[in-house]
Ligand binder design. Structure first.
Ligand SMILES: [Zn+2]
Length: 354
């Protein structure tokens, strides 16, 4: 499978934070043939372990992190007429939530379709038309006409749902789909595992596909504790903001300029040693890169670097536009350059850092 096909499969998969099972199973199937060991933990992280040859005594361990979860919603009430009321899971801008089609995952894993309905402009006052609708006041219409009919469709309080748009290539090398934050990172990890599968490594590599980043870096924290790595790199799909109306100094990253190396975000100030190693590796392999402007967003590295006695950690990101909305976009050349940088970094260890 080519990286674009992996991205498509993962983007179209269901994985609201706390409900990553479907995506996790897909990833496990893809990485299992490429590594020495695959295991999951009690809360739903997935680890794929590649053992390197220990050169001097104990091998160093590199943790490569990407989060499986995506932002979504949860059913919080089903009213007498069968409408679903809901709460956000992860960070949403309420202005862009209404007027979309959704997919609800029921307790038995079945998918039900619905729409986030809105009152038509004809019946709204000019005042009402200007105001964003609070999420509390929104509803999903699944076609049920009573609480009982919704129950008969298998829908219950606590069921998660996403706004779902299928993956599409807009033009050569430029694609759109949901949840590129962070299925782009998951794709980078899977493809890195594939390219390194036949190569001897000087470090152990733990590919960590973690849960619950969007609700507070939860999976990364427990993953880092278990893996006890010497160094970690979080791979993200992050805030591409080169678009009309945004000044250059407010664009955290730009599309078409390669992976973004983080120097600091809201969750970590990256060690200069780490930033320098990534710059050196990228330049040595002629991989274009940019900096993610400080200090936007938080990443799994925020949790990982504070694990145990502290872990030397960095972040690189695939630039993605429109994240935390129903439609993200990315350029495949940025995805490819991020895969190359990740692989080159693995092969430069341990010398690049230790
Ligand atoms: Zn993310």
């Amino acid at each position: 499978m080519k990286p674009v096909e992996v991205l498509q499969k993962l983007s179209d998969g269901f994985g609201v934070a706390g409900f990553e099972d479907e995506v996790r199973e897909t990833i496990a199937g893809l990485v299992s043939p490429l590594v020495d060991e695959v295991r999951t933990d009690a809360l739903g992280n997935l680890f794929a372990i590649r053992r390197g040859a220990a050169t001097k005594g104990k091998a160093r361990t590199l943790m490569l992190d990407a989060h499986m979860d995506e932002v979504g919603f949860m059913v919080k009430w089903i009213d007498e007429r069968g409408y679903l009321r809901f709460a956000p899971i992860g960070g949403w801008d309420e202005r862009i939530v209404p007027g979309h089609r959704v997919v609800v995952q029921t307790r038995d894993g079945a998918k039900r379709h619905g729409v986030i309905g809105t009152a038509p402009p004809h019946i709204l006052s000019p005042e009402e038309q200007k105001k964003p609708i609070p999420i509390d006041a929104m509803f999903v219409d699944v076609g049920a006409t009573s609480k009982e009919e919704a129950a008969a469709m298998g829908i219950r309080i606590g069921d998660p749902f996403t706004i779902h748009y299928s993956f599409v290539e807009l033009r050569d090398g430029y694609v759109t789909g949901k949840a590129f934050d962070d299925r782009a990172g998951c794709t980078v990890l899977i493809e890195t595992a594939r390219r390194l599968a036949e190569r001897a490594l000087a470090v152990d590599v733990a590919f960590a596909f973690v849960f619950g980043e969007e609700v507070g870096l939860r999976g990364a924290r427990t993953a880092a504790y278990q893996l006890d790595p010497d160094v970690a790199l979080a791979i993200e799909g992050t805030i591409g903001a080169d678009m009309p109306g945004v000044a250059p100094e407010s664009q955290p990253v730009r599309l078409g300029q390669g992976p973004a190396i983080s120097v600091a975000d809201r969750s970590i100030v990256v060690s200069r040693r780490m930033v320098a190693a990534l710059e050196t590796v990228a330049e040595g392999a002629s991989i274009p890169y940019q900096y993610k402007l400080p200090t936007y967003g938080g990443t799994d590295a925020g949790a990982i670097h504070l694990s145990r006695g502290g872990v030397l950690s960095g972040v690189i990101s695939v630039p993605c536009r429109y994240i935390h909305s129903p439609i993200s976009t990315l350029r495949l050349d940025d995805l490819e350059a991020t895969i190359r940088l990740t692989g080159a970094f693995v092969e430069a260890l341990p010398d690049a850092l230790f």
